[in-house]
Design a protein. Sequence first.
Length: 404
Amino acid sequence: MSDENAQRPYKLAVVATHPIQYQSPWFRAMAADPRLDLHVFFGHNATATDQAGAGFGVEFKWDVPLLEGYPYAFLRNVARRPSVATFSGIDTPEVAEVIRRGGYDAVLVNGWNHKSSWQAIVACWRSKTKVMVRGDSHLRTARSSLKKVLKALPYRAFIPRFDACLAVGIWSREYYIHYGARPDRVFVVPHVVNESRWCAEAARLQPLRLELRRQWGLGERSTVYVFAGKLIAKKRVRDFICALQRAANSGAAIEGLVVGDGPLRSECETLVSSGRVPVRFTGFLNQSEIAKAYIAADMLVLPSDGGETWGLVVNEAMCCGRPCIVSDQVGCGPDLVQSGQTGAVFPLGDVDALAKLMVAFAGDEKLLQQMGIRCRQLMHGCSVQTAVDGVVAALAALQTGAQP
């Protein structure tokens, strides 16, 4: 910034697909930060039917405020079939004029999986507006050799053109650098949840732990493992059920709680009933309800494949003081899951290894409590403000005048 503008806040536009429960606290915090002059532009307003089609399995509206506390606008989506699930489902040509006339110091685009995102990126290039792109892709996601080859040239062409790459963690930083981003133009803006709200809710619910267990038919003294997420293939909920069955068959007092809905629910319920697996299903729980499941449980299990580019349920559970077991393909693993400290990591698809971890932790109340304390401490350093500071650091670097 020039001397006369030294105290002026950075004028920042954010281009996002649609209101998302995890992003709204971040947007509110950026809007409240005196270093930023924020405006958010959405490409689509997801309906209850859209949510069901995205894998949740039921129609619903989020019961936490998504559009409060920050300035926003919905761009006109001219897609023939509006949807957040397809590339062409968000088509907002007017974003080019918004960026050209906006006088923004930078535009932050969340990913590049929709036409709207590319309309914004190209508009930035044409108007010589700084563009920052945030993503959580990592190199562990399974891809065929052909797809890797086909991606290599175009990705190495466009990623280095971004003025700043905003990585959510260790693996996404590696991803950007792999495709040619300059290391000094990669900034960590972590995936976060509203840590203060989750911690407060956990403290409120903790005295009700036994009552919550009774509500779902769980034993008072059992070690309870919870799975939370859409019941879709990449989440590998069947691995969770099979591992829990083997762990329970060892004689340990172990039970499971499956939170969520989706296309695999019927199959999972059949697997539980036919194998007499000690697992309960809660169905879909909205944001104001899901903390109850974490408090009723002792550990979260996320057995997903590499399509789980982060896994924000891990953030949620850790804010509630619950350690986590994740597969070695889950994106947040290197950043959040420290073996024996905040949880454990097992090889993707290795049901026996997962079952052994369940047995090892079962009944060790002291260890679970110690890990829970470390989880909360870790989440204090992974707050919404951390994500805001990462954006400001990137903007400050862009104002130095150095070219990527």
